[in-house]
Design a protein around this ligand. Structure first.
Ligand code: AMP
Length: 445
């Protein structure tokens, strides 16, 4: 199958040739003809599957071939995305595909001044990529009109709900013309997403491609168990020992990102960090420099986990495991892309055993453990497996209250952890369901 047989026009085929795309990916093969035929779409596809071209190519073709010229402050196609970085990335892809077409495209998002965006929208835009909050601001300030809107794309819809954008989406939905084409892309289909799809889509065609959690066997994954307080030390040790060159590191909190970056910079390592507290321009600059290999180690919160496409990234390190198991798949999806092999290493401490268990259950695999000599944890990480069970070791007997002598006495007998009289290890189910969308998430992770 070729892009030409899918019905794409010559200016788009030329762009694809320049980009070196030869064969459509499965999601493209299904989505392109359906979108060209005007169908609504509900697609279960994650980043890395080529979904952006799957919706952008036919969308651009429809814009070029059909409909009136765009008028002042109007927009003909709207792509909603959850994060600023993704807005930039999707727009960059769109720009490349539209290279040979006379169409105006643009991206708007928060964290930067609104005025230049308002100026740009004055002339009208054929295709606009936007984050929901900024889009509504622009709409409320009359910088945008939706009367010419013919297509809406919700990209990474589950992530938009995770980030708490459901109210913004409802408000946007109310402002859009009822007659339009709508395409919804989501990695997962929770009840909330189905509800959203039910409201927004009209007789949609369902498209499903094998999710990356099953397909990502190009990524070699393993964990190193370690005590929490020694994670940074272990990271530096592994980095030096394995001569890591370009690494994307995920930490749980903004403070965690800053602390690790500071430590690495203090050691003379070329490191930078991105998280929601940093101004957008700083975030983008760090990401761009990382992509150009000017920054060796980029430490990020999950804001960078979704959708970002970094070519040939060899290694992802989870300095902390993600709270939402599904984010693990998105994080490791930054490596091993487009058939290349990659490696994903997680530094796991005892506190994180339930997260580890949820990840193993979701990815249906038991992650291989590798001990690093001199870093064996004092607080052992209980064994886990893909069934979602945590295999608890016998508990240490409680220390008796010191009664004068202060020794570790237990009924007159000295004990240590290897000397317990507990029964065989008991197997206790800890969590039976993977942790998808556990409650509202903060807007800026
Ligand atoms: P996406 O899932 O849309 O983020 O795309 C992942 C990566 O695959 C991007 O770097 C795209 O440029 C690339 N890509 C998408 N479609 C194709 C294709 N048909 N052939 C080669 N590369 C592609």
């Amino acid at each position: 199958m070729t892009f030409a047989t899918l019905g794409l026009i010559e200016p788009l085929l030329r762009s694809l040739e320049t980009l070196g795309y030869q064969t459509p990916t499965p999601v493209q093969a299904q989505a392109i003809p359906a979108v060209l035929a005007g169908r609504d779409l509900m697609a279960a596809a994650q980043t890395g599957t080529g979904k952006t071209a799957g919706f952008a190519l036919p969308l651009l073709q429809l814009l070029a071939m059909e409909g009136p010229k765009v008028t002042a402050n109007s927009v003909r196609a709207l792509i909603l995305v959850p994060t600023r970085e993704l807005a930039e990335q999707v727009h960059e892809a769109v720009r490349q595909y539209a290279e040979n077409l006379p169409l105006r495209t643009y991206a708007v998002y928060g964290g930067v001044s609104i005025n230049p965006q308002m100026m740009k929208l004055r002339g009208g835009v054929d295709l606009l990529v936007a984050t929901p909050g900024r889009l509504l601001d622009l709409f409320r300030q009359n910088a945008l009109k939706f009367n010419q809107l013919q297509t809406l794309v919700l990209d990474e819809a589950d992530r938009m709900l995770d980030l708490g954008f459901s109210e913004e989406l409802a408000n946007i939905y109310r402002a859009l013309p009822k007659k339009r084409q709508t395409l919804l892309f989501s990695a997962t289909f929770s009840d909330d997403i189905r509800l959203l799809a039910g409201q927004m889509l009209n007789d949609p065609l369902s498209v499903e491609v094998s999710p990356r959690n099953v397909a990502a066997n190009t990524v070699k994954q393993w964990i190193v168990t370690v005590d929490k307080k020694r994670k940074a030390e272990l990271f530096v040790h592994l980095m030096r020992k394995n001569k890591w060159k370009q690494v994307l590191v995920f930490a749980k909190t903004r403070n965690g990102v800053d602390a690790l970056v500071e430590k690495l910079q203090g050691l003379g390592v070329n490191a930078d960090g991105i998280h929601g507290d940093k101004p957008q321009a700083t975030r983008q600059r760090a990401l761009d420099r990382f992509k150009l290999s000017e920054v060796q180690i980029l430490v990020a919160t999950d804001v960078a986990a979704r959708g970002l496409d970094i070519e040939d990234l060899p290694l992802v390190v989870n300095f902390d495991l993600p709270i939402v198991a599904e984010d693990y798949i998105h994080r490791i999806g930054r490596t091993g892309r487009a058939g290349a092999t990659g490696e994903a290493i997680s530094l796991v401490c005892a506190d994180e055993v339930n997260m580890l268990s949820a990840i193993e259950m979701l990815t249906r695999q038991t992650l291989k453990r590798q001990n690093e000599p001199d870093f064996e944890p004092e607080h052992r990480v209980p064994d886990t497996d893909a069934s979602g069970q945590v295999i608890k070791k016998p508990k240490k007997p409680k220390k008796p209250k010191a009664s004068g002598g202060g020794g570790k006495r237990n009924l007159g007998k000295w004990v240590d952890s290897g000397e317990t009289q507990a029964p065989e290890p008991s197997i206790k189910p800890v969590r039976k369901v993977p942790v998808f969308n556990t409650g509202p998430r903060k807007r800026k992770p």
